[in-house]
Write a protein that binds this ligand. Structure first.
Ligand code: ATP
Ligand code: MG
Length: 396
């Protein structure tokens, strides 16, 4: 059972009223949240060795354990990826007993690989990320978060962040690599992770990574698919302004958390520089956008944009899609790690808005200063204010 050192921090994610899968990187607070939102559920943690043995040997015991639970009662199966075959039984019990299940694991990859029955639409999927700045409220400290990230363990003990993050990544690599049966390939995987860490928030060139890590290009693809499927990182595609644009730019790669990116880069014991903090701030903005998309169930697609002149806009959220009669509507966000806003940074936003073929609903500048401004069409605001606006549904 999780030990919570300070009062429980309320999460933005809401408990659905139907069965669900809950995925998310390790240590983001999944188990703690489940115990909190479903206090009366029958809680079965498959990390418990005797329970694991019992249910692996005989999945039918699950029904006996539920015993006389009423219609609609909740059963939590934590670490479900340890016994993917149990999902057949879950499927049966949803139908025959009308019980509801919360099925928790670090990723769908392991379940799929176990050939699991993913319940064919009988359960929705939720993703849990590290804390949101909006969940932390007043104690949120941006400058320490840019350095160490938002993992609950790290936020609870910031003074131990380097050790926690080093152990976090080490455990992760060992588990994932072992489960993938790639044990002999640990050193190249670590080299590849280090490069991906150092280039957090940038365009990834698989060919160069393969060369620098001294592995085949296809191996790099496999490594990235492990990182993405286990929700440690996300590819941010480039946005194509018009249908006529021949070729989209390569995607960017962001780690789910800036502290984990730093650990992957191997820079936990080195001071971070300003450019790195710039990418960290973008990582945090992307993180908040994913949380909002998840919590609101809006799931609006997010991109970055490179203007024909080669200037970038960090995030484009497509709030309504292009169709035959309508141009797409977007919200554009430019992120700057700077305490003073420089008006030259508005240019890419304005050139995007005036380009035609798109309707820019909001143009937002996010920075690390204290004041909010409105410069013509561009709204400039501190990161904290942006989070507040976003999670209040004020952006899209
Ligand atoms: N809402 C919260 N408030 C305060 N502390 C939290 C909260 N959520 C998580 N923590 C702390 O963070 C740590 C990790 O949380 P938890 O074990 O719930 O994560 P998890 O996502 O289930 O991880 P794993 O994938 O490894 O099972 C715990 O020690 C817990 O005390
Ligand atoms: Mg857990």
């Amino acid at each position: 059972m999780s030990f919570i050192a300070r009062p429980y921090i309320r999460r933005l994610l809401k408990c659905p009223d139907v069965s669900f899968f809950l995925f998310g990187p390790r240590g983001t607070g999944k188990s703690t949240w489940l115990r909190h939102i479903l206090p009366d559920a029958l809680y079965l943690d498959l990390l418990d060795a005797s329970l694991f043995l019992e249910l692996s040997r005989d999945p039918h015991r699950l029904e006996a354990m539920g015993n006389d639970l009423a219609d609609g009662a909740w059963i939590v199966l934590d670490e479900i990826q340890k016994i993917p075959a149990l999902l057949d039984e879950v499927h049966r019990l949803i139908e025959s007993r009308n019980w509801r299940f919360a099925l928790c694991g670090s990723s769908a990859r392991k379940l799929r690989r176990g050939g699991a029955n993913l319940l064919a639409g009988r359960a929705i999927t939720l993703n849990m990320e590290s804390f949101s700045a909006a969940e932390l409220g007043k104690p949120f400290d941006l400058s320490s978060t840019l350095e160490w990230g938002l993992l609950p363990m790290v936020q609870r003990k910031p003074e131990q962040a380097p050790d926690i993050l080093a152990a976090y990544l080490d455990t992760h690599i060992r588990e994932e690599i072992r489960q993938e049966g790639l044990l002999r390939n640990v050193p190249p995987f670590i080299r590849c992770m280090a490069i991906a860490g150092q280039f957090n928030g940038q365009v990834v060139n698989m060919q160069n990574i393969a060369r620098d890590a001294a592995v085949a290009r296809s191996t790099v693809d496999t490594y990235f698919s492990i990182i993405v499927d286990t929700l440690l990182g996300h590819f941010l595609p480039s946005w194509r302004a018009g249908l006529k644009v021949r070729e989209a730019a390569h995607p960017k790669f962001y780690w789910f958390d800036p502290g984990v990116a730093r650990a992957a880069a191997g820079w936990l014991r080195d001071p971070v520089d300003r450019p790195w903090e710039g990418f960290s701030l973008e990582t945090l903005v992307y993180h908040e956008l994913r949380i909002y998309n998840e919590v609101s169930r809006k799931h609006r697609p997010v991109y970055y944009y490179r203007t024909p002149a080669g200037v970038e806009v960090d995030f484009i959220i497509e709030t309504s899609r292009r169709n035959s009669s309508k141009v797409p509507h977007i919200v554009a966000v430019e992120v700057k790690r700077a305490d003073k806003w420089n008006r030259a940074w508005e240019k890419p936003l304005l050139s995007l808005a005036s380009a035609g073929g798109v309707q820019a609903k909001r143009l937002i500048g996010v920075y690390t200063g204290e004041r909010s401004y409105r410069f013509g069409a561009v709204e400039v605001m501190p990161f904290e204010k942006f989070c507040e606006l976003l999670h209040n549904g004020g952006l899209f």
